[in-house]
Design a protein around this ligand. Structure first.
Ligand code: GLN
Length: 209
């Protein structure tokens, strides 16, 4: 993973005050909340444009992408989310969250936010791997391979315009980074390994300055 702007050795004065949101319309919200607590930041359930204004970063959890894309419009969150992304707020989508953030979905006209310059394929790993755990090598992540939990997961078919693939399974992209945006096909919140949450918190910290 790319280095964040702030020095690794800096003390962590603002960490306690960082507010990291979890989009709380549908999906595995509570697991992300618990992982953020483990990273010592204040988790915030985001359901309204007001909630969104109050956070320094946002996680879009796993769930069902067509449902959530519709709910984003209904709850009037799509436009403010877009605006916050454009002005540098870090956003991380896990599984369904990455689909919702993508520019394109293979073979579908479903609405997306069009933030990540990727094309994703939904439910891409096939029925036999509806649910699987795969040790992942992730660019820039030190230590042992990351336990990748895949549940009806998408893969990244292609990436362009500054979207950089950080991890692959069978030659298919499963993690992407693009400036202030992050996407994973898998679910770090369903493991007790908080390295990717900690990395995202660092992105949020760096963006807050
Ligand atoms: N299959 C779901 C979708 O396409 C995503 C699954 C998940 O988030 N675990 O929306």
């Amino acid at each position: 993973m790319p280095a964040t702007k702030k020095s690794e050795t800096a003390k962590e004065p603002s960490k306690g005050r960082l507010r990291v949101g979890v989009l709380a319309l549908q999906g595995d919200i509570e697991e992300h909340i618990a992982a953020l607590r483990a990273c010592k930041v204040e988790p915030v359930r985001v359901k309204t444009p007001e909630d969104l204004k109050s956070v320094d970063g946002l996680i879009i959890p796993g769930g069902e992408s067509t449902t959530v894309a519709n709910l984003l419009e209904r709850f009037q969150l799509a436009k403010p989310l877009h605006d916050r992304a454009r002005t540098g707020m870090p956003i991380w989508g896990t599984c369904m969250g990455m689909i919702v953030m993508a520019d394109k979905v293979v073979g579908a006209k479903q609405p997306t936010l069009g933030l990540l310059h990727i094309e994703v394929k939904r439910n891409a790993f096939g029925r036999q791997t509806e649910s699987a755990e795969e040790p992942l090598e992730i660019e820039g992540l030190d230590g042992k391979p990351f336990p990748g939990v895949f549940i009806r997961a998408p893969w990244i078919e292609s990436a362009w315009g500054g979207a950089h693939i950080l991890s692959y399974v069978d030659g298919k992209g499963v993690m992407v980074w693009q400036k202030n945006l992050l996407g994973t096909s898998f679910h770090p919140e369903l493991t007790d390994d908080t390295r990717i949450h900690a990395y995202f918190v660092k992105m949020v910290e760096a963006a807050k300055g």
